[in-house]
Design a protein around this ligand. Structure first.
Ligand code: NAP
Length: 232
C-alpha cells in the first residue's frame, strides 16, 4: 500500500488518478484549487483526503504536505490552460500559467523530496501535453509551460535517479474534461477523427498510463504519449 499525493485531484485526469490509486488500496491525498463540491465528491467516493491548496503558492504547498504523513508517489496533474493569440495574452496570464503549470511542480517536488530522500525511494509523475512536444497555434503560453514540464522531468530523472527516485511524464492528447469545455461538439468530433484510434481520450486512459509509470521500476526520464496516436 503506497502513499500517493495527486495535485489537481478534484476533477478530470487527476480525479481519475485518485479513483484508480484509491481502488488499488493505496492511501491517497489530493490537492485542489477551490472547487469544493468536486473535491468533496471525489473524497466521498474514494476515501481520499482532499486538501485545498494553490500549487503556485510555496507556503501553501508546504502547509499541505505537513498534513501528509508519507509520500511514495507524487502525481502533478494540476494545470490550467489559455487559448488566444500571443499578442492577446496578458503578462499576468502568462505568469499565472507558468506559476501553476511549472512552478507548481517545483513546489510539490521540493515538498515531497524529504520523504523520498529519507526512504531513498520515490516516484514523481508529471503531466505535460502533446502540445508540449510539438506546440499549438493560439496556445503558445500553454505549450511553453508543457514543454518546460518535459525538460523538467528529464532533468529531475537524472538528478534524482541516484537517490532511488524515478521521474516520468505523461503527454495526453485531447482528453474529455472541463479543460476542453470551450471546444464545441464539432471541433471535438474533428479532433477525434484526427487521432489514429478515432476517438478522444478519457481521463481513465491517462490514469492507466500513470499507473504503468508508477509501477515500472526500470523506466525513468520517459515521456509517455497518451493521445490515441494523434502526434507521433
Ligand atoms: P481540469 O479538468 O480542468 O482539472 C484541473 C484540476 O487542476 C482541478 O482539480 C483543479 O482544481 C486543479 N487546479 C487548477 N489550478 C490549480 C492550482 N493553482 N492549485 C491546485 N490545483 C489546481 O483539467 P484536466 O483536463 O484534468 O487537466 C489535468 C492536467 O492534464 C493539466 O496539467 C493539463 O494541462 C493536462 N492536459 C490535459 C489535457 C486535456 O485535453 N484535458 C490534454 C493534455 C494535458 P479545482 O477543481 O479546485 O479547480
Amino acid at each position: 500500500m503506497a502513499n500517493v499525493v495527486i495535485t489537481g485531484g478534484s476533477r478530470g485526469i487527476g480525479a481519475a488518478a485518485v479513483r484508480l490509486f484509491a481502488a488499488r488500496g493505496d492511501r491517497v491525498w489530493f490537492l485542489y484549487a477551490g472547487n469544493h463540491a468536486a473535491a468533496e465528491t471525489v473524497a466521498r467516493e474514494t476515501g481520499a483526503v482532499a486538501i485545498q491548496c494553490d500549487v503556485a503558492d510555496a507556503a501553501a504547498v508546504q502547509a499541505a504536505f505537513s498534513q501528509i504523513p508519507g509520500v511514495d508517489i507524487l502525481i502533478c496533474s494540476a494545470g490550467i490552460a489559455h487559448y488566444g493569440l500571443i499578442s492577446q495574452i496578458t503578462e499576468a496570464e502568462w505568469d499565472r500559467l507558468f506559476a501553476v503549470n511549472v512552478k507548481g511542480i517545483y513546489h510539490c517536488v521540493n515538498a515531497a523530496l524529504p520523504f523520498f530522500l529519507r526512504q531513498q525511494r520515490g516516484v514523481i509523475l508529471t503531466v505535460s501535453s502533446m502540445w508540449g512536444r510539438v506546440g499549438a497555434s493560439c496556445e503558445a503560453a500553454y505549450s511553453a509551460t508543457k514543454g518546460a514540464v518535459i525538460a523538467l522531468t528529464k532533468a529531475l530523472a537524472q538528478e534524482l535517479g541516484p537517490s532511488g527516485i524515478r521521474v516520468n511524464c505523461v503527454a495526453p492528447g485531447v482528453i474529455a474534461t472541463d479543460m476542453c469545455a470551450n471546444l464545441d461538439a464539432e471541433t471535438m468530433a474533428q479532433l477525434a477523427r484526427d487521432s489514429c484510434v478515432g476517438r478522444n481520450g478519457r481521463p481513465e486512459d491517462v490514469a492507466k498510463a500513470m499507473e504503468y509509470l508508477a509501477d515500472a521500476q526500470f523506466v525513468t526520464g520517459h515521456v509517455l504519449n497518451v493521445d490515441g496516436g494523434y502526434i507521433m
